[in-house]
Design a protein around this ligand. Sequence first.
Ligand SMILES: N[C@@H](CCC(=O)N[C@@H](CS)C(=O)NCC(=O)O)C(=O)O
Length: 255
Amino acid sequence: MARGKKRRTVSKAKRKGKKSAKAQKPIELYYWPTPNGFKISIMLEECGLPYVMKPVNISKGEQFNPDFLKVSPNNRMPAIIDPQGPGGRSISIFESGAILQYLGRKTGKFYPSDERARVEVDQWLFWQMGGVGPMAGQVHHFKNYAVETLTYAINRYVNEVNRLYGVMNIRLKDRPFIAGKYSIADMALVGWVNGWERQGQDINEFPNLKRWLDTMKARPAVQRGMTLGLELRKGIDMKDPNVQAVLFNQRARAG
Ligand SMILES: N[C@@H](CCC(=O)N[C@@H](CS)C(=O)NCC(=O)O)C(=O)O
């Protein structure tokens, strides 16, 4: 067929380099049902993006599979592969904050393009990444998983999480969501704050935070995101020595 004729039959969407929704390959979500995983399942659900969940059973060491390490060299989930990345080419991303920002830019949703509004979101997103996540993670470790009871370590992290909850509670006094409007920063936080009891906290001491948590959990996409793959975790005992040998006291590996 002559070139010119062929061109005339090409749809408008194709001429623009867009694939029809039907032809779009789903985003691959490398995932395990934990607060860090929920951040991305919530965002994908909120955006209505087609995705396929690829479980990474971290209690069995699947985060060390060579194929997964190519995507996530830090041997941590979540990670994604977007077959329709920039320029129409596939892209892989690790680190939940980077994934949230990418999906926000890709869809134009829950991540404002206005610079002032974006800075608001970024501050609270990074505050979650560097504060709430790691500190609450340490509480989970020392309070719920460690085989020894180390009172000093438990108190240190329970108190730090308490301080962070206090910051969030003040912040939410006069705005519905952490950066004003609902954003990826809220999605990053909800899975962690939802575990307040296991973190030695009482949510009732933080009324604004409690109101925010209730609002978040009433969103159907948040519910879907935070229940994705929960069945996979059933029967896994974090105190099982085999599980602990995989997850705890990891050291540098040969390159
Ligand atoms: N900073 C990372 C943290 C991710 C992370 O800690 N993921 C944990 C599960 S919640 C994991 O994959 N752990 C595997 C391991 O410890 O080997 C992010 O935000 O993506």
